[in-house]
Design a protein around this ligand. Structure first.
Ligand SMILES: [Cu+2]
Length: 146
């Protein structure tokens, strides 16, 4: 898995992030960051990061992605692989300026966010805010290390 890429997709009827579902204390290597660093994380809805193309995933739904512990800024919203009609139907609702704690990740969309890990070490949740997806695993920890 390339660093800082977070693929949100459906796998065998689970909603997963990079193929993983929620475990209470689990943090993968790709979810560990250092205090006093700034990173760009890319969130991708529609492929699994292992060569499955965007269009082959028939189980694409919007994911309102929520990151705990900090506020971040939207750096890039890539719609090049989105259905144009879908984008045109929702685009007027996006406000990407300013500080965010949640962003909508539409099917086929890729969003880069800038995150600065400034204040606290420890584990924080990030998850899809669609309760059914969250309950089916689309929630993980990231950890800020000293
Ligand atoms: Cu979701």
């Amino acid at each position: 898995m390339p660093p800082n890429q977070f693929h949100f997709y459906n796998e065998r009827m689970n909603w997963v992030i990079n193929g993983e579902t929620f475990e209470m204390d689990e943090v993968a290597d790709w979810e560990k960051v250092k205090l006093n660093t700034t990173e760009v994380w890319q969130f991708i809805n529609g492929d699994n990061g292992r060569g499955m193309g965007m269009m082959q995933d028939m189980m694409q739904l919007p994911h309102p992605a929520h990151i705990h512990g900090l506020q971040f800024q939207i750096f890039e919203r890539d719609i090049s692989e989105m259905d144009a009609d879908v984008w045109n139907s929702v685009k007027d609702g996006f406000i990407d300026q300013g500080w965010q704690d949640t962003f909508l990740l539409m099917p086929g969309m890729k969003v880069k966010v800038v995150m600065s890990f400034r204040d606290f070490t420890g584990k924080y949740i990030y998850h899809c805010h669609n309760l059914e997806h969250e309950d089916m695993g689309m929630m993980r920890n990231y950890e800020v290390l000293p």
